[in-house]
Design a protein around this ligand. Structure first.
Ligand code: TRP
Ligand code: SF4
Length: 438
């Protein structure tokens, strides 16, 4: 199995996907004690993560942290695209610095759009809806990949630590893949890591909330961030904790610096072996590694390093299209667009595939199947905030009390209200866009 970020695959079995790729489960202890946890986190729509512990720690202990995510401007914005921005707005309310990349280089390379077309789409479809949905301009920067010199510079420089065979193994590139496409994952790595440059707030935990199709890019960025570090802290073969210098320049100075940091952290029994470029720490435990590494990372910029924290990521499931296939801009009947009129949306919902039985009688007797129902998914992902109300719908569907006709009507009403409010706010969004762009 391979995850291809540019294919239009839908995934059925998220647990298997998680296990196969070593994605961690997004378990309750990671979100339960966050302030007013978002519905997508509470309900398992966000089902996996890499390194979210760092973010959890930053939120709970009120340390600085950042969000970086990206949008691929291709086609109109629909409910599937709304999820990421719902998450971003939630994290903004918790105090994160927000960065949003418009992936115009990627859309140009992989989807055949011109840069002008992507600009038009990004401004009128995506960014205006983001504003209408409640994204605030404070501590929030939206930029275009093609116009961001630091991001492009990072892409070139960070690429030094990755070779062609790794790219082929990760993405399945072939001899006929165009070079801009081949380069686009490095641009995305530039997106993800540039926020840790001093100019953009410095070394700090960074969360990338994305759909699971983006995992190859996340793995690449995490690997690259580590490859550029000057230090490595690990458990050695004989079960000691060691700090190792990974470069061949300034070894003495780097060991001095590490020793000083370790002393400050009250690790005093150290054994330094310069030939191994190593310091072994007595009386340290594996649990101490993140804390030690954090301090070492932050010191690296003084020695010409980047000191990146490994970027964290969360992965959400894809919302199913109303037709039962993928929700996709190229199939308007499968998607509800944020610019749909209430009537359009109602029609689509009334035609949606449900988990209802074949006849009313059957359904009264045996109940419906909300777990395989696109209307229920609308409630779960977007329309119902209150968990008890959602549970009530689930139960009355299961028990045969609720019939699909009524249920669809209710979903349409909620959706109409939503769309009307978004349309209203979108009217004034145009004028505000400049407050968000760099
Ligand atoms: N590749 C993403 C997509 O297809 C868009 C993207 C570009 C992105 N840069 C990013 C996502 C950085 C997350 C982080 O939708
Ligand atoms: Fe879906 Fe509602 Fe029908 Fe149940 S009653 S199957 S939730 S539309």
């Amino acid at each position: 199995m391979k995850i291809d970020p540019w294919s239009s695959t839908t995934y059925q079995d998220y647990t298997r996907l998680r296990d196969e790729f070593g994605i961690q489960e997004f378990s309750e202890d990671l979100w339960k004690d966050l302030p007013h946890p978002h519905r997508l986190l509470r309900r398992g729509v966000v089902f996996g993560h890499r390194g979210f512990e760092l973010i959890h720690d930053a939120i709970i202990n009120k340390k600085p942290w950042a969000i970086l995510t990206g949008l691929m401007p291709s086609g109109k914005m629909h409910l599937g695209h709304k999820m990421v921005i719902d998450e971003v707005i939630y994290y903004q309310s918790l105090g994160a610095d927000i960065f949003i990349a418009v992936a115009d280089i990627e859309a140009f390379a992989t989807r055949g759009y011109t840069l002008e077309e992507t600009e038009e789409l990004a401004l009128n479809e995506y960014i205006s809806n983001y504003i209408a949905l409640g994204l605030k301009p404070e501590k929030c920067r939206i930029y275009f990949q093609s116009k961001h010199q630091d991001v492009k510079d990072m892409a070139y420089i960070l690429g030094k630590k990755i070779n062609w065979s790794q790219m082929v193994a990760t993405y399945g590139f072939t001899e006929s893949t165009n070079m801009t496409h081949i380069f686009s994952p490095l641009v995305q790595t530039g997106d993800i890591l540039h926020v840790q440059l001093k100019k953009f707030g410095g070394v700090r935990p960074t969360l990338v909330p994305v759909g699971v199709d983006q995992d190859p890019h996340i793995r690449l960025s995490r690997d690259i961030s580590q490859a550029h570090r000057l230090y490595n802290v690990t458990v050695t073969k004989d079960n000691k904790i060691g700090v190792f210098v990974k470069v061949d320049k300034d070894i003495e100075k780097l060991l001095d610096n590490a020793e000083e940091i370790l002393n400050k952290l009250h690790f005093t029994e150290l054994k330094r072996i310069t030939d191994y470029k190593a310091i072994y720490i007595k009386k340290a435990e594996e649990e101490d590694i993140p804390r030690i590494d954090e301090h070492l990372a932050k010191s690296e910029t003084r020695f010409g390093g980047y000191g990146f924290f490994q970027p964290s990521a969360t992965f959400h499931r894809f919302i199913t299209g109303l037709t039962g296939e993928k929700m996709s801009s190229s199939k308007p009947e499968s998607a509800i667009f944020l610019s749909d009129t209430p009537e359009d949306a109602r029609k689509k919902i009334m035609h949606a595939k449900t988990g209802g039985a074949v006849t009313l009688e059957e359904q009264k007797k045996h109940g419906g199947n909300p777990s395989d129902c696109m209307v229920y998914e609308l409630f779960l992902y977007h329309l119902i905030e209150n968990d008890d109300e959602l549970a009530e719908i689930y139960n009355s569907c299961k028990s045969g009390k609720q019939m699909c006709g009524n249920c669809k009507k209710y979903a349409s009403e909620l959706m109409e209200k939503n769309l009307i409010s978004i349309a209203e706010k979108r009217k004034t969004a145009d004028k505000k866009i400049k407050d968000y762009l760099i």
